[in-house]
Ligand binder design. Structure first.
Ligand SMILES: [Zn+2]
Length: 191
């Protein structure tokens, strides 16, 4: 995939990325936006994905696949399904279709593509499925108390999020029996 890219910043970035962390970029969505790792077909365990996408007019002529990691502007987002590496976080800040800022846990990333066998111009869609978590803001900026008691772990009430609406990775910290979500330092120091 990376070999097919034109020479330039994007290719350089991908090549460096590969060298640095042996990250396997599977799809280049746009400059700065990459799928990482392999794609998986929907199986019994992930059948809920199809239910969620039902309202989005995904037809049987389309192929739905799951992937668990995404690079956006140098940040590595990952889903709760990605188990490797305990220090990683699947929490994020994002915007809904209505423009509402929310915090949530990424359940999975989705690729919806066509099944054409010959070259075509069909649009491939990439989405994130995010379960919103209720948070409470503090006087301290960028730190949010996370109301874990009210997080019901069902597949209801999951937001379908366009990748351009993923804002940043959030990290979860536990302290004195409470859970907090905090934004990465470099992000807010630049503001
Ligand atoms: Zn097609």
């Amino acid at each position: 995939m990376v070999h097919n890219l034109n020479e330039g910043i994007a290719k350089e970035y991908c090549v460096n990325m590969k060298k640095k962390s042996r990250i396997n970029i599977s799809d280049v969505i746009s400059p700065g936006l990459y799928c990482v790792g392999s794609f998986a077909s929907v199986n019994d365990e992930s059948a809920w994905v199809v239910d969620i996408l039902k309202n989005r007019a995904v037809s049987s002529s389309q192929n739905v696949q799951l992937f668990q990691r995404l690079i956006k502007n140098g940040l590595l987002f990952m889903s709760a399904l990605y188990k490797k590496g305990k220090r990683n976080s699947s929490y994020c800040k994002y915007k809904t279709i209505d423009g509402i800022l929310k915090y949530g846990n990424i359940k999975s990333f989705i690729k919806v593509s066509c099944k054409c066998t010959s070259p075509c111009s069909c649009h491939t869609e990439y989405l994130a499925l995010v379960k919103p978590v209720p948070v409470q803001s503090f006087d301290v900026r960028h730190l949010f108390e996370f109301d874990a008691i009210n997080v019901v772990n069902t597949v209801f009430n999951i937001d379908i999020v366009c990748l351009q609406d993923l804002d940043t990775v959030m990290f979860m910290i536990k302290c004195a029996g409470k859970k907090y979500l905090v934004e990465p330092l470099n992000k807010f120091e630049m503001e």
